[in-house]
Design a protein around this ligand. Structure first.
Ligand SMILES: NC(=O)c1ccc[n+]([C@@H]2O[C@H](COP(=O)([O-])OP(=O)(O)OC[C@H]3O[C@@H](n4cnc5c(N)ncnc54)[C@H](OP(=O)(O)O)[C@@H]3O)[C@@H](O)[C@H]2O)c1
Length: 316
């Protein structure tokens, strides 16, 4: 692929967008463009249309979204539904109208039904009800997937959707009120270690199983999708392996060097017993993850230690 291709990464300062930017730079791409939300509010249809008309990128990677956990989804359902639809609708529609041939849309595994069989296959989309706690976000993401699919069908353009599993890594959110389980555990174990190896209390029984993917592997999947024309409209991206929350906690305890006890607060809910993506479609076309979980956690913890004073706090 032409290394001078102009590539617009929407959300280039976010965890995923910044990883994609680094991956593309590493591969020698020289014409990357990005705008912060202050410079270009993707909710503003006219501004997005004018920006794409002026820049005319050869490809767009949409890693911009309003993201957050269960609490935030619960408190701001309207924003999660509306803002995510606005961001993606403006980008997708303007990309189509500007004649942009390649568009990579990033969604999330929450698009799949709550009780879908495990591992989750792409074909399970829209076969049953969603998990109610984040259905606002999921519905928005599903409309993004469907818009890209409709453009493939009707206009024969290479618009494709990638659904990442739980991601972690550099520029993750370590704010205990809004973070995902893995960065939250890194912070808890780190702080407990510095507090005379105090006990670390974690929610639930530790038995649920989850899958995690290092964000740089995700970025490589995006680069793969950019450089190759993928035959289908929707692909899961994950490690293809899941572990129990207890195993995750023990791995993080080892990496951080915490020497205290782990206490499981079984009064707190466990959530879905298992969530694993079926990643065989990505494997079939030639991509698979590289980073083992412990190695990824080590890299993430090193990053956390180097950035401890400035780590991102999510603002609502
Ligand atoms: N993190 C995960 O575990 C995970 C898992 C599955 C899927 N994903 C998907 O990956 C994508 C990126 O997630 P992330 O974790 O990288 O999120 P993130 O770190 O919160 O980054 C999101 C980015 O979106 C931008 N953005 C939000 N609202 C905007 C607006 N109105 N106008 C312009 N830019 C706006 C922000 O830009 P500014 O920084 O300039 O404000 C930010 O850089 C999302 O679609 C998400 O669903 C993430």
């Amino acid at each position: 692929m032409d290394k001078e291709l102009k590539i617009y990464i929407a959300g280039h300062r976010g965890m995923v967008g910044s990883a994609v930017w680094r991956a593309l730079e590493k591969k020698g791409y020289t014409n990357l463009i990005g705008k912060t939300s202050k410079e270009l509010d993707l909710k503003n249809q006219e501004a997005v249309a004018a920006f794409l008309e002026e820049e005319k990128p050869g490809a767009i990677i949409d890693a911009a979204a309003r993201v957050g956990g269960i609490l935030a989804n619960n408190e701001y359902p309207y924003q999660f539904l509306m803002e995510n639809m606005q961001i993606q609708n403006n980008l997708i529609d303007s990309a189509l109208k500007t004649g942009i041939e390649k568009f990579i849309f990033l969604g999330s595994s929450c698009i799949y039904p709550k009780f879908a069989p495990q591992p989750l296959k792409e074909e399970y989309l829209l076969t049953d009800s969603l998990e109610p706690t984040n259905e606002w976000y999921a519905v928005a993401k599903i409309t993004g997937v469907k818009l890209c699919q409709a453009i493939r069908k009707q206009f024969h353009k290479d618009y494709v959707s990638l659904m990442p599993t739980n991601l972690y890594g550099y520029f993750d959110n370590f704010d205990l009120k809004t973070s995902h389980v893995l960065p939250a555990m890194i912070r808890k174990f780190h702080e407990a270690k510095n507090n005379n190896n105090a006990d670390v209390t974690l929610w639930g029984s530790g038995t649920p199983m989850r899958e995690f993917l290092f964000v740089d592997d995700m970025a490589e999947a995006v680069v793969y999708a950019l450089e190759n024309e993928l035959p289908e409209y929707l692909y899961n991206v994950g490690s293809g392996k899941d572990i129990t929350i207890k195993e995750l906690a023990e791995t993080i305890q080892k990496v951080t060097g915490h020497q205290g006890n782990i206490v499981w607060d079984s009064e707190k809910p466990d959530g879905t017993p298992r969530k694993l993506m079926d990643v065989s479609k990505m494997k079939e076309i030639g991509w698979q993850s590289k980073t083992e979980l412990e190695e990824g956690i080590e890299k993430t913890y090193d990053w956390f230690l180097s950035n401890i004073d400035t780590i991102k706090q999510v603002k609502m």
